[in-house]
Design a protein around this ligand. Structure first.
Ligand code: SGN
Ligand code: CA
Length: 523
């Protein structure tokens, strides 16, 4: 039984009958790409910096308006992608070691089913790529300029290549496709490094948006007054935690007190040491005049915060510009080769990102900007064109790819295939709630541990756990509740408001059910 009223489809086109050949799969996943900066999502920011090529996918495919991750951090998200399991099930709770390599990766099952499998770019998990015929992966987070890649031929060594990461990743993706056995279907994961911190743009875009003044988000000055302590004790604020030298490339400040002791100088210097003399010349030509003016102006207070915000946005969006170009190059290649028709192309990110909302950059929190992630699925003739607002999660990738390949999903996988949504209707038994759990504390950005549930309208978050370091003695045990319909930017925590007591009880019931059914970690 299907309901047609619970999903909004912007434009309806009749889906063709399911195709008989096994489809190819191209999963393009950026690192930290906010949906606010994809124009198909319609956010004001993306009107200033459009993404015409990513939009090509949305123009032919299904754009998910409520896509989320289960733990907003790179390795947990990547482990979830590969296994279809929650963090506590696949072992990858925090950023470092964790992945339980005895778990089945969907790539292994696709390969067994006759698919040629490849992964290019950021892998990040502390295990070898499992279930791949081909890999060409960055070392850990990887570098923007002249990065090192490991391939089956390099025998465990990471070898430096000259060029810009986003382009090299596309080059290697196309190489994999060119060399494939055309008689077999393929599944290719294209995992970009960009636009991860510290947002180093490609040479030709270093002056893009120079003259654009970006408006601060309406809630940039959130004073966190209605919330638990976690929002106050984080260290991911544009004003206080974004560093001038490392993040904002004011390299010349190295020798100017009081900045000469600033965090991450060593990293910032080694980032530039990676550049060839010609790359460095282009880089310096772009940033040196801006930095000279910045030093001469001696900005402080409000002006300094605006300068930081604008230069953060400019570099981030410059990185996105190359991503968009390279998505276009890959799509053009698929079209030229006549492969587009039988290929499901997915665009997503390992999580969302703050573009100054609540005053922040980075991710981790269960608030919408980082809990949410962009998701566009284009497979003309099979996936209907339009917007789907069903609740979906990165747990669903593995089951979806197995389903479209005709491979049965292992019993243990927690996610569910998105296939039933592809005709534009939402089945009656589609999930009503999502479960989220963030563990990486104490760690950089100091976001406290929390878990929670979200339905289509409300969100319950529970912060928990011992405080360390500057939070020593501040053990967390505190809840927040948001009505996303009346308060989409989550400024007004209504937990404890008697008017919302029934909602709080209902969401707590859902959280309790997740805890017992999924045997989650005890807070
Ligand atoms: C690095 C970044 C952090 C970021 C984590 C996780 N610092 O540690 O800002 O939160 O990665 O990012 S940096 O100084 O190394 O740039 S993730 O996308 O891999 O989860
Ligand atoms: Ca990331």
């Amino acid at each position: 039984m299907k309901k047609t009223i619970t999903v909004s489809i912007a434009v309806i086109s009749l889906a063709a009958p399911a195709k008989s050949r096994k489809p190819n799969i191209v999963h393009i996943m950026c690192d930290d790409h906010s949906l606010q900066t994809i124009s198909a999502y319609g956010h004001p920011l993306s009107r200033i910096a459009p993404t015409p090529n990513i939009d090509r996918l949305a123009a032919s495919g299904m754009l998910f308006g409520r896509a989320f991750v289960e733990n907003s951090l790179s390795t947990p998200s990547r482990a979830c992608l590969m296994t279809g399991l929650y963090s506590h099930q696949n072992g990858q709770r925090a950023l470092g070691a964790g992945i339980d390599t005895t778990k089945v990766f969907f790539s292994e099952l696709l390969r067994d089913a006759g698919y040629q499998t490849g992964v290019v770019g950021k892998w990040h998990l502390q295990c070898e790529p499992k279930g791949f015929d081909y890999y060409c992966v960055l070392n850990d987070q990887g570098d923007y300029y002249n990065p090192e890649f490991k391939t089956p031929e390099s025998r465990g060594a990471y070898l430096r290549e000259e060029g810009y990461a986003t382009k090299l990743i596309t080059d290697h993706s196309i190489e994999f496709l060119e060399k494939r056995d055309a008689g077999k279907p393929f599944c290719l994961l294209v995992h970009h490094k960009a636009p991860h911190r510290n947002w180093m743009p490609e040479g030709k875009y270093l002056n893009l948006y120079d003259d654009v003044e970006f408006p601060l988000p309406a809630n940039f000055r959130d004073d966190y007054s209605t919330r638990c302590d976690a929002a106050r004790s984080q260290e991911m604020s544009v004003a206080n935690d974004m560093t001038l030298i490392y993040d904002l490339k004011a390299t010349e400040l190295r020798t100017v007190p009081p900045y000469d002791g600033e965090w991450n100088i060593a990293t910032a210097v080694s980032d530039l040491e990676r550049l060839t003399p010609e790359q460095l010349r282009v880089w310096t030509e772009a940033y040196a005049p801006r930095n000279a003016k910045f030093i001469a102006d001696g900005l402080g207070g409000e002006e300094l915060v605006r300068w930081k915000y604008n230069n953060y946005l400019r570099d981030y969006l410059r990185c996105i510009k190359t991503i968009d170009d390279e998505v276009g190059r890959l799509l053009d290649w698929l079209e030229r080769e006549g492969l587009r028709e039988n290929t499901m192309v997915v665009y997503t990110s390992d999580q969302g990102f703050y573009m100054g909302e609540h005053g922040w950059f980075d991710k981790r929190f269960m608030y919408e900007e980082s809990f949410g992630t962009p998701l566009i699925v284009s497979y003309p003739g099979v996936v209907r064109h339009g917007v789907c607002n069903a609740l979906v999660q990165n747990l669903d990738f593995a089951p979806t790819y197995l389903a479209v390949a005709g491979v049965s999903k292992p019993e243990a996988m927690s996610g569910r295939s998105l296939e039933p949504l592809f005709d534009g209707a939402v089945p009656d038994d589609w999930r009503e709630y999502l479960y989220y759990h963030y563990y990486d504390y104490p760690a950089i950005h100091r976001v406290r541990r929390h878990e929670g549930v979200r339905d289509k309208r409300y969100k319950l978050i529970r912060f928990y756990g011992r405080g360390f370091g500057k939070e020593a003695g501040c053990d967390a045990d505190c809840a927040e509740l948001y009505d996303l319909e009346s308060d989409p930017s989550e400024m007004n925590n209504v937990y404890g408001d008697p008017a919302f007591a029934p909602v709080a009880a209902r969401l707590q019931g859902a959280l309790d059910r997740f805890r017992s059914e999924l045997k989650t970690d005890e807070p």
